[in-house]
Design a protein around this ligand. Structure first.
Ligand code: ZN
Ligand code: ZN
Length: 137
C-alpha cells in the first residue's frame, strides 16, 4: 500500500498521525451518559515515570491529550486503563461503523412488514370469496 511514515516528537508514525494528535488536543472532554468528563492528559495518570518519553501507543508528549482510543489513555469516569474499552459509553469514542447499520436494518424490517400486510390482505380476500361462495353468490 506504500504508507508513508514521518518522525514526529522522535516517534515514527504514519504521515497522517501528527494531524490526529493536533485534532486530539481540541477534544478536551468525553461525554458519558450526557455528562462531560475532562480527559486525562498524558502524564497525569498517576503512574510514576509516565510522560518521560512520548506515549508508546499514540506518540503524544507529556501534558498532551492522547489520540482517542490510545491504549494508554485512562477513562476519566471509571479510571480503567483504556478509555473506550471500559464499561462507559463514551460518545466521542463510539464506533462510527455501528451507526449506519441501524437504518438499513429497519428498512429491511419495514419491507418484511409490507409483505406481511400483503399476505393478510390476500388471506382476507380469499376468506371473503369463500364466504360469498357459501352463500352461493
Ligand atoms: Zn497515548
Ligand atoms: Zn470508563
Amino acid at each position: 500500500m506504500g504508507r508513508k511514515f514521518v518522525v514526529h516528537n522522535g516517534v515514527k508514525m504514519t504521515e497522517d498521525w501528527p494531524e490526529k494528535i493536533q485534532a486530539a488536543q481540541l477534544l478536551t472532554h468525553y461525554t458519558i451518559t450526557g455528562q462531560k468528563y475532562p480527559r486525562i492528559r498524558f502524564g497525569d495518570e498517576g503512574h510514576q515515570g509516565w510522560g518521560q518519553k512520548p506515549c508508546l501507543d499514540c506518540g503524544v508528549l507529556k501534558g498532551q491529550f492522547h489520540v482517542p482510543d490510545c491504549e494508554y489513555e485512562k477513562c476519566p469516569a471509571c479510571g480503567e486503563s483504556r478509555a473506550g474499552n471500559c464499561r462507559c459509553d463514551i460518545e466521542e469514542l463510539r464506533d462510527p461503523g455501528e451507526v449506519p447499520v441501524l437504518p438499513s436494518g429497519s428498512a429491511k424490517r419495514r419491507k418484511r412488514d409490507l409483505l406481511g400486510w400483503i399476505f393478510v390482505v390476500v388471506c382476507f380476500l380469499l376468506l371473503l370469496r369463500a364466504i360469498l361462495m357459501l352463500f352461493g353468490i
